[in-house]
Design a protein around this ligand. Structure first.
Ligand SMILES: [Zn+2]
Ligand SMILES: [Zn+2]
Length: 316
């Protein structure tokens, strides 16, 4: 059974906003718990408690806990988180070792600690000894975005984490991706943070089908880490597009052409701004190029991509 509709509403960022706080523990899920609190003149009142159950194919039968709370004091939220972690332990998403973190220390060290020299503009790995900040492709055909920062390459076994978030509904991975991206950002450009973040929007049909937008799920905690506003509603996908990964390079260009539009309320805020676009994977970069083109048409001064994983060229 898939998660109930109110979980979807939370995930698309439209229904819940403002001071809502949420966190999740565990990854391989059989259940989800949502607690909503509301403020009354007498204090806090537990408004609604919902328990969802759903099964993820090929996952161990370990639980997930999703707590969504309004206006709950930090100390209460922290104690609840500690309690739920103790009650509902989880396993490492890569090696499946049973422990308290989504990614164990060994996997973090083995797969995420290697410093890589990357193209400043498209984040492709540069050959050893390269003495230019941009790769040959970016020098010959510069994309519309100015900078890209990624946390890792989209390669085994890290690609499993992206697939687990996107298709396995393991939403607990999104805050982890956000933390890794924050570290990469602060390492690369700590002094030139953007004015606000946007997430690559999904089309309505895809959002309804999946139940959440993985880019939004990463962008929300990332914005909190960096202390920058997250413009949830700034951009829309105005027509449905095919999965870029299923298309040839030429078809990808046509597929995303004019697929994105700014919300009217954000037209004036984009002018002269430095905007960061958040996504889970960057393959050819065509989607991000199209978004940056649209933003610059409306006067954006600089567009930066914050993407969890970058696909090496021989994979597309
Ligand atoms: Zn592990
Ligand atoms: Zn490049």
């Amino acid at each position: 059974m898939r998660p109930a509709i109110s979980l979807r509403k939370k995930s698309d960022g439209e229904i819940f906003s403002g001071r809502e706080k949420s966190w999740r523990t565990s990854c391989r899920s059989i259940g989800a718990l949502s607690i909503k609190w509301k403020r009354t003149k007498f204090g806090f009142e537990c408004g609604k408690v919902v328990v969802y159950t759903f099964v993820i194919p090929h996952a161990d039968l370990l639980p997930i806990c999703h707590l969504s709370m309004f206006y709950l004091p930090l100390i209460v939220r922290k104690s609840l988180s500690v309690t739920m972690n103790a009650l509902l332990p989880c396993s490492c998403v890569l090696c499946h070792a049973h422990q308290s973190k989504i990614l164990c220390t060994d996997c973090q060290t083995n797969y995420f600690r290697r410093a890589t020299s990357r193209c400043k503009q498209c984040a492709l790995t540069m050959p050893p000894g390269a003495n230019t900040p941009r790769c040959g492709d970016c020098l010959q055909n510069p994309p519309s975005f100015d900078t890209s920062i990624v946390a890792c390459d989209y390669a085994a076994p890290r690609d499993q984490m992206v697939l687990a978030l996107k298709f396995g509904h393991q939403l607990a991975l999104a805050p982890l991706f956000a933390r890794m991206l924050r570290d990469a950002i602060l390492q690369n450009t700590p002094d030139s943070l953007p004015d606000f973040l946007c997430a690559v929007p999904l089309g309505e049909n895809r959002l309804r089908e999946r139940g959440f937008n993985q880019a939004t799920e990463i962008a929300r905690p990332l914005a909190q880490h960096l202390g920058i506003p997250f413009a949830v509603q700034a951009m829309h996908r105005i027509r449905e597009t095919s999965q870029q990964s299923s298309l040839t390079p030429d078809a990808r260009v046509k597929n995303v052409k004019n697929a994105f539009m700014l919300d009217e309320a954000w037209l004036s805020k984009v002018k002269g701004a430095h905007i960061a676009i958040v996504d889970d994977v960057m393959t050819t970069g065509m989607t991000l190029h199209e978004i940056a083109t649209m933003l610059k048409r409306f006067g954006a001064e600089k567009v930066t991509n914050y993407v969890f994983a970058r696909t090496p060229p021989h994979f597309y």
